[in-house]
Design a protein around this ligand. Structure first.
Ligand SMILES: C[S@@+](CC[C@H](N)C(=O)[O-])C[C@H]1O[C@@H](n2cnc3c(N)ncnc32)[C@H](O)[C@@H]1O
Length: 246
């Protein structure tokens, strides 16, 4: 990547929870208006909570683009345990943070759950590339790779698209990457992102998603949720044999 871990600075955000600031990029891992508040709103409330309300399937498979500090993973783990919902969480990270740095972040204290310290540490220290069950409801597979390198073994119900902002890392927001994500999703799969950029939403529409602009977390007017209608995308198995393109 274009920065090293030594460059990262811990910042307290407006809700008291930490984030990491990258001076070279002038970019942070979360909203400075509230890291936990943002993750809870965008990914938990408008993502998993919404999906669970509209589809009571036996398990939810999530793909996260950018494990980063592990905050989204920790919030999802707590959600699964509280709601007794089985979640399989796959997360991608080409630039893992050391536990030395991650352990200085105050998420377990901010969340005040009896298990949050234990699970937060587990999320960071478990092996890359191996499925680990943190409790009967939550498993995680951490992949030390980019979204461009990832291939899904099972289609996902939700993608947490949590990359650095388009102005800071434009390649990851290209339509060809969004198309790859689309082909990794289930029918009626959803993609959620804090990003509400016009081009991002237009590209999702071009790919056949139904795009919703929802109220954003504090400090942000809008966020995006995109729903994949059935029959509008090819499955993981690729095109049907009678596809005229073949
Ligand atoms: C905004 S931060 C993610 C914050 C994270 N979800 C959290 O809860 O702390 C973006 C993350 O995406 C990672 N990243 C950068 N390029 C990537 C790529 N091509 N594919 C997947 N992740 C990438 C970065 O290293 C960084 O950790």
């Amino acid at each position: 990547m274009f920065f090293s871990q030594e460059d990262l600075q811990i910042r307290e955000t407006k809700d008291g929870s930490h984030s990491l600031w990258i001076p070279k990029l002038q970019e942070s891992y979360h909203s400075l208006h509230g890291a936990v508040t943002e993750s809870q709103h965008v990914f938990i409330e408008q993502g998993i909570h919404y999906l669970h309300d509209t589809d009571d399937g036996a398990e939810i498979r999530i793909l996260e683009v950018g494990f980063g500090t592990g905050l989204n993973a920790l919030l999802t783990c707590l959600f699964s345990q509280e709601r007794k919902i089985r979640i399989k969480y796959t997360t991608l990270e080409p630039n893992p943070l050391s536990w030395g740095l991650a352990s200085k972040l105050n998420y377990p204290d901010s969340l005040a759950h009896p298990q949050s310290h234990f699970w937060y540490k587990e999320l960071h220290i478990i092996e890359w590339g191996q499925i680990e069950w943190l409790n009967p409801y939550f498993s995680i597979l951490k992949c030390n790779e980019t979204i461009q390198e990832h291939s899904a073994h099972e289609p996902y119900h939700i993608c947490f698209f949590d990359a650095f902002a388009p102005g800071k890392q434009p390649d990851i927001w290209e339509i060809k990457v969004l198309e790859m994500v689309k082909h990794m999703l289930e029918d009626r799969g959803i993609l959620v992102s804090y990003c509400a950029q016009g081009k991002f939403k237009r590209d999702l529409k071009t790919l056949g998603f139904t795009v919703e602009s929802l109220a954003g977390p504090p400090g942000k007017k809008e966020m995006t949720r995109a729903l994949l209608e059935p029959s509008d995308h090819l499955s993981l198995n690729g095109p049907e044999p009678d596809d005229p393109e073949l």
